[in-house]
Design a binder for this molecule. Sequence first.
Ligand code: GTR
Length: 321
Amino acid sequence: MLHRIVLLLFVVFAMPAGAQQKQVWKAADVHPLGYPTIEAIVRMGKKIEAETNGRISIQMYPSMQLGGEKEMIEQAQVGALQISRVSVGALGPVVDDLNVFNMPFIFRDEAHMRMVIDGPIGAELLDKVSNSSARLIALGWMDGGTRNVYSAKPVTKPADLKGMKVRMMGNPIFVETMNAMGGNGVAMGYNELYSALQTHVVDGAENNPPSFLTANHYQVVKVYSLTGHLIIPEIFIFSKATWDKLSKEDQAMLKKHSREAQMEQRQLWNAMVGESEAKLKAAGVQFVTADKKAFYEATQPIRDKYGAKYAALLKRIQDTK
Ligand code: GTR
């Protein structure tokens, strides 16, 4: 008898988190608190907490506390954390469909990128991630601006990159892109980059102004050349392991708030880009105009090689106006 009661108690307490139980979702990002991608998720957490009367809340782990983006994706896949905000660059190796956004000069400008992620193509690609075998649910997109090369000396044309080792995100497309641009692409995690710049393991890197500023890379190299070779959206994903345990209502609520977070991040992003550029200039960073057409032409082989399988989608992207 006693045996049975003990067994029953065990069963009751070992039950998976039911719909009514308090849940704290872990969220992670490589950026520091206050960065637009983080702030949008923190605000989303507050709204969800209010809407569920405290039943669900979000605990943010910023500044690579849970590792780089590769590790954050893996942790979401196994359910060790719930929300990872990563670059599409980092998720491309896991869900190949996303690599359509990871080719150089695919978007005419940031406004074009925003139209694409906000519209039907954006929705379709989120579904592709969620329906893939990656065990992730794609919640929404965020803005990651335009990436430009930074180094100790100006890079205005492909020849300027000759012999230069430039850190790229861990995705073969980016390494090949940098090689096509004239430099030597080196794949490396964001978490290793600051010291790699300091110790001259690499001569430069490329990123948007907010990242160049907040990761303190501008303290090591001070020339920001406006190559504009990549406009890569960010994405925030949810662990499918946790998702499958949520009620339909909670899933719908999370989707609704995710769309709001996508739009809210954009406002925060617009403000942050202006502020970052001003702070970088005040810190002595030199902004240099580059010959974008020359870089566009130099990277044509990359679009030819990787773009062939996305031909129909690429046409739709170009036709988005
Ligand atoms: C940033 C992006 C991060 C990360 C980083 C990098 O712009 O927000 O998600 O991808 O670039 O270069 O690794």
